[in-house]
Design a protein around this ligand. Structure first.
Ligand SMILES: *Cc1c(COP(=O)(O)O)cnc(C)c1O
Length: 397
């Protein structure tokens, strides 16, 4: 996920426009900004690249999820279904609006198991949040059917899969709302930033208001705007948005190189009969940011991960242990360690996740290794790396 690898003069030029006018904020100061509306421009370009009507930029991927949930009217005591394998932002955003995270198993797509989702639905469920981890997606058509049956909101976390698609639609645009992160290690970056996309005018309007203290953004006098609802400050700055404009122009080139590098690695790993790959749902196209594969069992996976490190193959992850992308690493969440007291709805309704059985997830994560795909590698470097990977894994088989 290499946006930072291609930071260059194009990004500098966009930022310089903002520095020249000195208007670092996205709203107001019309006369001083030399016609530069970087956040607005990025939003228009991003909505068009994602094939949706609306985009709301915010300060991070975590705030994108928070704003999306709030815009969909989710609040205290509502249940949101999320996977056991994800980034901590999933439960952080749910808890932030007072809702209750309901964790369920993943399957061999490394994303939400639709069966597990169905079993977890209660009268309090309001939203299903698939997380398209490591470049590939959840089975969105099945999840959508479940959501339609139970009248639930489908919110895609596409932070790690920007540029991938499902059923011909860009990831993030299939559900009711989609969220992206532009933090520094994502496929394209603003330094810090995030986006909510949707075709739903009402969600968009509420997101627009909520991320800026409830301002309705009508008229041209910010001080005189009305505030129909409470909001918060999740705004992006013009400086960050400016970086994103240049990065977005590079997205398709990044995806092409990622795909080339991914395929070279996968071809080499495929020579080992013992290695299988993460399942990509039918009609899905990955964004190729990671090569994700399974060893025959957890013991071999841990050994293979160690061997990869010893061979000098960096950026390979064994999420199952010593990593905060899997529930195993979330002691603070499982024990509800917060600075102050959490709201009573959360305390009363949340399960004791020290005691919930996630052996189905364990059986998959225990065997999974994910290796990052960078785009700075030459073809020769990727081939050498792929051979090193195969040799390291073969040494433990
Ligand atoms: C990075 C990430 C986020 C959060 O993004 P930030 O911009 O770092 O807040 C959320 N979900 C997933 C899956 C991510 O990878």
């Amino acid at each position: 996920m290499p946006g930072f690898e291609v930071f260059g003069n194009e990004e500098r030029k966009e930022v310089q426009d903002v520095l020249d006018s000195g208007v670092l904020m996205r709203y107001g100061f019309d006369g001083q900004r030399n016609g530069h509306w970087k956040a607005k421009e990025f939003e228009n370009n991003f909505a068009s690249r994602m094939g949706v009507q609306h985009c709301q930029l915010v300060s991070s991927g975590t705030s994108a999820l928070t704003v999306a949930l709030a815009a969909a009217g989710i609040g205290a005591g509502d249940e949101v279904i999320m996977p056991t394998f994800t980034f901590v932002a999933s439960f952080e955003s749910i808890l932030a609006i007072g809702a209750v995270p309901v964790l369920v198993d993943i399957d061999d797509t490394l994303t939400l198991s639709p069966k597990a989702v169905e079993l977890a639905i209660t009268p309090k469920t309001r939203c299903v949040m698939p997380v398209h981890m490591c470049g590939s997606m959840a089975n969105l058509s099945v999840l959508k059917a479940i959501c339609n049956t139970h009248n639930l909101i489908l919110l895609e976390d596409a932070c790690q899969a920007i540029g991938g698609s499902y059923a011909g639609k860009p990831l993030g645009s299939y559900g009711d709302l989609g969220c992206f992160s532009f933090d520094f290690v994502k496929t394209i970056t603003c330094g810090e930033g995030g986006a909510v996309i949707t075709n739903n005018m009402k969600y968009f309007t509420l997101a627009d208001h909520y991320q800026d203290h409830g301002h309705d953004h009508l008229g041209s006098d910010r001080g005189a705007e009305t505030h129909l609802n409470l909001g918060y400050n999740y705004r992006i700055s013009e400086l960050h948005a400016a970086v994103g404009i240049a990065q977005l122009r590079k997205l398709d080139t990044i995806l092409e190189i990622q795909k080339r590098n991914y395929l070279l690695i996968r071809e080499e790993l495929s020579k080992m009969a013992e290695i299988t790959f993460r399942r990509v749902p039918e009609t899905g196209v990955e964004n190729y940011s990671f090569v994700n594969f399974f060893l025959p069992n957890a013991i071999l996976a841990e050994k293979a991960h160690k061997a990869l490190g010893e061979k000098g193959v960096d950026a390979c992850f064994y999420w199952f242990k010593n990593n905060w992308h899997y529930i195993n690493g979330w002691e603070h969440f499982k024990n509800l360690k917060s600075l102050g007291s959490l709201s009573s709805e959360i305390r009363l309704q949340i399960k004791n996740y020290n005691k919930v059985d996630f052996s189905n997830s364990d059986a998959i994560m225990g065997r999974t290794i994910s290796c990052l795909v960078k785009i700075g590698w030459s073809k020769k470097e990727v081939k050498n790396r792929a051979i090193k990977m195969r040799e390291a894994i073969e040494s433990v088989l």
